[in-house]
Design a binder for this molecule. Structure first.
Ligand SMILES: [Mn+2]
Length: 310
């Protein structure tokens, strides 16, 4: 084991996971006057991540295929289920996250979890609290991540701290109209026309192991739900295939309209009735639109856990 320490987010990396790895490596190297902290990815990046990296002049971090015997800091997740392959045999040094805790480890480690809207909010707050210089481009990248994770502050996961950090980061990045910049990010995120159904499902997808079985819940955001209307049946077909191939109890994609602030749920499941119960709405041919439901972490996952994990 060398002294290189990889900072890495979850599988199917989103913008917050990728930006958090880059930002935390920068902070750690600066704090310790070191250069052995390196950002890494647990998979291929999505479109808005690619856009933001390019816009702010960052190289795509190295994709780590296996963490076995490597020094690892996990950011933006703490469940092994969502982590890079080989995590069981890695040396975990630290965790920084904003999700519910489901973690066990044989030794005491630094563990930071805050109920804020983005991992980048926690890291930006550290930069400010420690008075460490934050580069203009890094501020832009982190701002992008916080805007996406909080759905431009509209998500129920958005905390007061996120709003404070958004204002500060936008100031440093020189982005005066961050609302407009956020919409720009979501437009890139929701250009689905050239993606296959399977790619849409996997673009932001998380596994959950409940007592009833394995669940997969994917989310995409759009500024116009109509963009997906013609493709719903194709996507449900793909959900069915995925459920059968990987032995899921249920596979769900919910498409969130960030203007209307509601989501269209597309579901493949062995128990349509119970999924409807979890969602508090009746499914019709595996579909239902629910107003006001836009967060996987705060709304959807807890409701499923309530019904399927008891
Ligand atoms: Mn996040």
């Amino acid at each position: 084991m060398d002294n290189k320490i990889y900072i890495i987010g979850h599988k199917s990396p989103d913008l917050d996971s990728s930006a958090a790895a880059i930002a935390y490596a920068d902070l750690k190297n600066k704090m310790e006057s070191a250069d052995n902290y390196a950002p890494a990815l647990a998979g291929e990046i999505n479109k808005e991540t690619e856009f933001a990296l390019k816009k702010f002049g960052f190289e795509k971090p190295e994709v780590l295929n296996n963490a076995k015997e490597k020094n690892i800091i996990l950011v933006d997740h703490n469940e092994f289920q969502q982590a890079v392959s080989g995590i069981e045999e890695a040396k975990i040094i630290e965790i920084l996250d904003h999700h519910k805790v489901d973690f066990k480890y044989g030794e005491p480690i630094a563990f930071t979890v805050k109920p804020w809207g983005a991992s980048c909010t926690i890291i930006a707050d550290e930069f400010f609290a420690r008075n460490i210089e934050l580069d203009k481009n890094l501020a832009g990248l982190m701002l992008s991540a916080v805007l996406v994770d909080t759905v431009i502050t509209k998500s129920p996961t958005c905390a007061e701290k996120d709003k404070e950090i958004i204002t500060k980061l936008a100031g440093i990045a020189g982005i005066t109209n961050w609302q407009e910049f956020g919409m720009e990010l979501f437009k890139i995120r929701s250009t689905v026309s050239e993606l296959s159904g399977a790619e849409i499902i996997k673009s932001d997808f998380k596994d959950f192991n409940f007592k009833a079985g394995k669940f997969g819940i994917g989310q995409v955001e759009t500024v116009d739900l109509n963009e997906f209307a013609a493709r719903e049946d194709e996507i449900i077909n793909e959900l069915n295939k995925l459920r059968e191939a990987e032995n899921y109890h249920s596979v769900i994609l919910f498409i969130t309209d960030i203007i209307k602030e509601g989501s269209e749920f597309l579901v493949s499941t062995v128990d349509q009735l119970k999924v409807g119960e979890a969602l508090g709405a009746k499914l019709k041919n595996g579909k239902v639109y629910i107003n006001g439901m836009i967060s996987r972490k705060k709304q959807v996952a807890p409701k499923f856990s309530e019904i399927f994990d008891k």
